[in-house]
Every structure is written in structure tokens, then in C-alpha cells.
Design a protein around this ligand. Structure first.
Ligand code: KE4
Length: 428
């Protein structure tokens, strides 16, 4: 596949943008090769500046559940943008989208819009700390919640549960209140509580998509909720990715456990920059201007983003069989990949939750980040590049999830599987 224009564009980009990208994963660091520079998207496909076509299983990392340049979404944006791009003043569009989200997520009565998932999580944690008067928070290795300082932590030294910065530029003072537990391991959570003088909240991806696809086990979620209740800590489900991807009710379509707070992003913006966080009226009343916990944003809830999100959520509600159909297509793809891999003597672990899917080049089931890290990353990279050269665009990291959308047909999935048959053969 000729990507000469992308190669040149990547060189140009690196002259004025760090790494040539505005988000690190896009640089293809973990899979190698040059990232295609995209010219346009249409339905199930993206087209790069060399004219190559790609069947897209990433969809901007989740937002595009109706595919690229979805007509309803584009029309909604065009109609609104003619009346103005932003006012810095309230609009009814914010109320309408907030009402739609609140209606679909039981535990929350109110939401506040922001401009990214990072902002949503950062604000939710500040609210939890403000409400409880406690500083410590618990997160899980392998879960990603955006790049705010308190959450860029790695395991501390030895058995310590308190995290240390995972990035230069993050002062230890800003991570010393973040404790790290192991996903699906309730004993590690209890140790964090034992080590802490008071935990404000526990945050996790209830269906993790940032270590590859790793759902939290139901028993673990129930025990986690019980531990939080025992200690008066708030439970935050970070559904920036799983929200409206795992089901119409996010992860809560797959677990009986109800969180105290939920964060959102991606799909609720329909491709425009939107994040949100929600909780009960009682908890949200602590937020400025009602309460003392400060949080703000110039473009938060701007009408263009609200219009895109509203068009998306309304359609998700209207199309009753949508998630069942997306899950069936995701299973067709992953079951097919698993069969092809096994025919070549390659171990492939696969998983599906609604329109989210994942696969690990791993001998064993993956239940935590340490399990995921045992995957064959070289084999993943070779698979990714082989499929990309055949026009199939998977996430460029073993530690990411894949996404199905309404524009991808069973015929397209069969084409992807046919290409995978050849690529898997090259991996042995
Ligand atoms: P943003 O700030 O990127 O909008 O959201 C941060 C975030 C928070 N919580 C979860 C569960 C997330 O998955 C994310 C962002 N997801 C990544 C994909 N794994 C975004 C892609 C990127 O960083 O370029």
C-alpha cells in the first residue's frame, strides 16, 4: 500500500507538532510504521491522503457509533452552526442533552458538560473530594481516566499502594493521594483503604477499554460497592468509553451495581468535543454555582457539540435493536479472528461488550493489566501492520479496544476476516 503522501505529511507535522500528533497513541509508537493521514471519512470507511481506503474499527476511539459523516449528525451540526458557534451563555440544547443522559443512567439526576473525558474525570474527582472532605482516591492499574495530574500515577515502590507520578512534570505531591489497586482484585482494594486515612472515591472503567477490553467481574463490582459503602467512599464509573458503547445504559446494561457518579465522553458528543459527569441532585448541589466546589469551561455545553450529541443519543434511543445488532457483528468478527488464529496455532483471547470488542495475543484469559501485559506485543504489532496494509484499520495498540458501528456490514466483516486469514499465516 502506497503511503508516500502520509510519510511526507508525518515529516511535516513533526516540524511543528510534538511527535507529529495531537495525542500520543496516534503516532503508531507501539505498532511501528507511519500513521495514515486521513483526508475524509464516509460511513464505515476512512480515506487517507494517498487515496487508500480503510475499514475503520476505531471510529475516533469510540464516538462514531453511526459511522463517519453520519447525515443526521452533520445536518444537526449545520443547522445549529448557522445560528452561531458559541455564546458562553445557557442554551436549551444543553438541557435537552442533559435530560436524555439523565433519563438513561439510573443513579444520576444531573450532569455538567465539559469538553473532554479528562475534564469530566478531573471534575468528578474534585466533586468527590469536595463532598467527602477527603483527599485520597483509588484507581486501578491499567485503567486510563485522561491525563489530569492525580491520575498519571504508576505503582509505588514495593508493596506501597500509594502511587508515584507516571510522567515527568507531575509533582509527587499531586499523586501522593492516589492509591493503586489491581483490577478484579478486591483484596488489593481493601489494602488501599487500610493504607488510607480516608478515601474520597474509587474510580474505575467498569468495562475497561484501555488495557484492551477487560470487563470488571460482577462479583468484584458488588464487593467494590460494598467496600465503598462501608467506608463512605463514592464509587465513580468512568464511562467515557463504555457509555453508550456497551449498551444504551453503558456498563449499567451489564451489571446490577450502581455507581454514585458517572463520567461520559466520546459518543455523547457524536464526534464533537464533549465530556460530562453526573450524580444525584444531592451530590451535584455541591458544584458551583449552587455549592462551593468550583468547576468551569468557556466552551462547555456549546451548541454545536450539543447538537451533534443530541442527534446521536436520540437515534440510539430510537433504534431499539441497535446494540443487539452491533454486539452480534462484533462477535462475528472476534469469533472469526479467534477461529483463524487457532487454525494457525495462535492463541487469541477475545471479548465483546455491546459495540466494544477486544482481542489479545495471549495464551490465557485476561482479567487484569498484568495479564494483558503478558500478551505478545510483537505479534500484535505485526498483525496490526499487516491488516492496515490490507485496508483494515484496527486500534494501534494492544492496550486499546475496538468498536463496531451501524455502517459496518456483515459483508465487510467477512472481508476483514479474509484478510486476517492471510495475515495470521504470516505471524507464525
Ligand atoms: P479524553 O480526554 O481523551 O476525551 O478522555 C480521556 C478518557 C477518560 N476515560 C476513559 C475511560 C477513556 O478511554 C479516555 C480516553 N480514551 C482514549 C482511548 N483509549 C482516547 C484516545 C487518545 O488518548 O488519543
Amino acid at each position: 500500500m502506497n503511503r508516500s503522501k502520509s510519510i511526507h505529511a508525518f515529516e511535516q507535522a513533526q516540524q511543528c507538532i510534538p511527535g507529529g500528533v495531537d495525542s500520543p497513541v496516534r503516532a503508531f509508537g507501539s505498532v511501528g510504521g507511519t500513521p495514515p493521514f486521513i483526508q475524509r471519512g464516509e460511513g464505515a470507511y476512512m480515506y487517507d491522503i494517498d487515496g487508500n481506503r480503510y475499514l475503520d474499527f476505531v471510529q475516533s476511539w469510540g464516538p462514531l457509533i453511526f459511522g463517519h459523516s453520519d447525515e443526521d449528525t452533520v445536518n444537526a451540526v449545520v443547522n445549529v452552526v448557522r445560528d452561531g458557534l458559541s455564546f458562553g451563555a445557557p442554551t436549551e440544547l444543553e438541557t435537552q442533552l442533559a435530560s436524555e443522559i439523565v433519563e438513561l443512567f439510573d443513579p444520576i439526576d444531573k450532569v455538567r458538560f465539559v469538553n473532554s473525558g479528562t475534564e469530566a474525570v478531573m471534575s468528578a474527582i474534585r466533586l468527590a473530594r469536595g463532598v467527602t472532605g477527603r483527599d485520597d482516591i483509588v484507581k486501578f492499574t491499567g485503567c486510563y481516566h485522561g491525563h489530569s495530574d492525580s491520575l498519571l500515577v504508576q505503582a509505588g515502590s514495593g508493596a506501597a499502594t500509594f502511587g508515584s507520578p507516571s510522567s515527568p512534570g507531575v509533582p509527587a505531591d499531586l499523586t501522593k493521594h492516589t492509591l493503586l489497586a489491581e483490577f478484579n482484585d478486591i483484596e488489593s482494594v481493601k489494602k488501599c483503604f487500610a493504607d488510607s486515612d480516608g478515601v474520597a472515591c474509587v474510580i474505575l472503567e467498569p468495562i475497561a477499554g484501555n488495557m484492551g477490553l477487560v470487563p470488571a467481574q460482577e462479583k468484584f463490582l458488588q464487593e467494590l460497592k460494598a467496600v465503598c459503602e462501608e467506608h463512605g467512599a463514592l464509587l465513580i464509573f468512568d464511562e467515557v468509553m463504555s457509555g453508550f458503547r456497551a449498551s444504551l445504559h453503558g456498563a449499567q446494561g451489564h451489571t446490577s451495581v450502581k455507581p454514585d457518579m458517572v463520567t461520559f465522553g466520546k459518543v455523547i458528543g457524536g464526534g464533537m468535543p464533549v465530556g460530562a459527569f453526573g450524580a444525584s441532585s444531592e451530590l451535584m448541589a455541591h458544584l458551583s454555582p449552587e455549592g462551593p466546589v468550583y468547576q468551569a469551561g468557556t466552551l462547555s455545553g456549546n451548541p454545536v457539540a450539543m447538537a451533534a450529541g443530541l442527534a446521536t443519543i436520540k437515534r440510539l434511543k430510537a433504534e431499539k435493536n441497535l446494540y443487539g445488532e452491533l454486539e452480534a457483528k462484533a462477535k462475528r468478527l472476534t469469533d472469526g479472528l479467534k477461529a483463524i488464529a487457532e487454525n494457525h496455532g495462535i492463541a487469541l483471547q477475545t471479548g465483546v461488550r455491546g459495540s466494544m470488542f477486544g482481542f489479545f495475543f495471549n495464551e490465557k484469559e485476561v482479567k487484569s493489566f498484568s495479564d494483558a501485559q503478558k500478551s505478545d506485543l510483537k505479534r500484535f504489532a505485526k498483525f496490526h501492520q499487516g491488516m492496515l496494509d490490507r485496508g483494515i484499520y484496527f486500534a494501534c495498540s494492544q492496550f486499546e479496544a475496538g468498536f463496531m458501528n451501524t455502517q459496518i456490514t456483515e459483508g465487510m466483516i467477512d472481508v476483514a476476516l479474509k484478510e486476517a486469514e492471510e495475515v495470521m499465516g504470516s505471524l507464525i
